[in-house]
Design a protein around this ligand. Structure first.
Ligand SMILES: Cc1cc2nc3c(=O)[nH]c(=O)nc-3n(C[C@H](O)[C@H](O)[C@H](O)COP(=O)(O)OP(=O)(O)OC[C@H]3O[C@@H](n4cnc5c(N)ncnc54)[C@H](O)[C@@H]3O)c2cc1C
Length: 373
């Protein structure tokens, strides 16, 4: 005999920062919320783990309390440069950002929700019904939210064009715990992560120390030459003595879309996307955790204001979420920056000379691009 069907008001596919923020925002709303995640937490997520302070504020997390049982590396500045060119370091007396480990951070966020969380359960099927959706042949709901990251299956249903045409950022990264000897010899200053731009400005590499953990990676706009750029960046780090000679070599890859280049719709009847599923990472810095968290909270606000539970998936309700998101993050239209209009050799020439200049590093790269001050 088939198991009886369950019913929910909202089913969230993915319990990363976007999904858990939506669930947190719906806490005590009286709505029945189910989260499905194919992984079991704590789970790894490829990420440098750089989080800006507004993320903690938005989620009501006290950094000091979080740091009591999780890795939390305060950041006071960045070391900025361009591959093979000059470098300079910025410094602020205040904490400008934090370093976290995603396996810890995401598990913590998910544990703060009061939703029905089903770990180890993938979205296997999504069937349209008269008044909503049937999820995995077992849960009926008027609204299904795609929070499954870049490869979210709900996002695939809402895709406007072929997946191969999405202008994505491809990245490769490793995070490992240094041995006591490696940690002692490591010259990377934990309070000042290094960002090294590629000369064509289509991406950057980073090395980021969080206590005994070292995170090294590189992301760029064209995936074809990614490994070549990564190798060259690692070569520079090795020559500068910043990498332990016997570090692990198993780099892994992932991808994401930038806000102003993501050809993804935010909703359709009974479906909505948040976080990487919607392609919301900030252009320039690639910061994606903050937009993931804020989009989840914005959708929660819209849903709390819906006139009744059966209107949760209605286009007029979800259009409110889209409006709020565009108000918050601006138009999704890609506006070419000055460097997009210059010939490539000139961009390389200017980047090599300007990016590591102390004032440009401080005022443009760190304040404007990375901290969005
Ligand atoms: C190499 C790299 C470095 C980055 N560094 C930073 C950084 O330092 N700071 C920053 O702010 N951003 C960074 N980003 C971006 C950031 O990681 C993402 O923007 C962020 O994780 C988005 O959160 P999310 O909740 O939307 O998706 P995710 O964190 O990807 O969570 C999605 C969840 O959905 C689950 N899921 C997926 N498919 C299914 C399915 N079919 N069924 C059920 N569950 C499913 C997954 O298991 C996962 O738990 C980086 C990205 C990359 C690739």
């Amino acid at each position: 005999m088939a198991a009886p069907l369950e019913s929910a008001d909202v089913v969230i596919i993915g319990g990363g920062p976007a999904g858990s923020s939506l669930a947190l925002g719906l806490g005590e709303s009286g709505l029945r919320v189910v989260i499905l995640d194919r992984a079991r937490f704590p789970r790894d997520k490829l990420c440098a783990g750089w989080v800006t302070p507004p993320v903690f504020e938005a989620l009501g997390i006290e950094p000091e309390a979080y740091a009591m049982d999780h890795v939390l590396q305060p950041i006071h500045g960045f070391r900025v440069g361009v591959s093979g060119g000059r470098e300079s370091a910025t410094h602020s007396d205040e904490v400008v950002s934090y370093g976290i480990r995603r396996c810890e951070f995401d598990a913590h966020l998910l544990s703060r929700t009061d939703s029905d969380v089903r770990e180890g359960e993938s979205l296997r099927s999504l069937e349209r019904q008269a008044s909503g959706w049937l999820v995995n042949d077992s849960i009926q709901a008027p609204l299904v939210v795609g929070a499954g990251g870049h490869f979210c299956p709900v996002a695939r249903r809402l895709m406007l064009g072929p997946k191969s045409e999405e202008p994505l950022i491809a990245a490769q990264e490793i995070e490992f715990r240094m041995t006591p000897e490696q940690a002692k010899a490591c010259p990377v200053a934990a309070e000042t992560p290094q960002i090294s731009f590629l000369r064509d400005l289509k991406g950057y590499g980073w090395i980021f120390r969080k206590g005994d953990w070292l995170n090294v990676g590189l992301g760029r706009q064209d995936r074809e030459h990614l490994s070549k750029h990564l190798e060259s960046f690692l070569g520079e780090l090795r020559r500068a003595g910043r990498l332990p000679p016997d570090m692990p070599k198993d780099f892994h890859g992932h991808a994401y879309l930038l806000y102003d280049q993501a050809p993804r719709r935010l909703f359709d009847e009974g479906l909505a996307l948040i976080g990487d599923a919607a392609g919301l990472a900030y252009p320039r810095s690639g910061e994606g955790i903050r937009p993931a968290v804020e989009s989840g909270l914005l959708l929660a606000r819209t849903l709390r204001n819906a006139s009744s539970a059966d209107k949760l998936g209605a286009p007029e309700t979800l259009a409110g979420y889209e409006r709020d998101l565009l108000d918050r993050f601006g138009s999704r239209e890609h506006r070419p920056g000055p460097t997009d209009r210059l010939p490539a050799p000139l961009v390389r020439f200017l980047a090599a000379r300007l990016l590591g200049h102390p004032r440009i590093a401080r005022d443009i790269v760190v304040r404007r691009w990375f901290l969005r001050a």
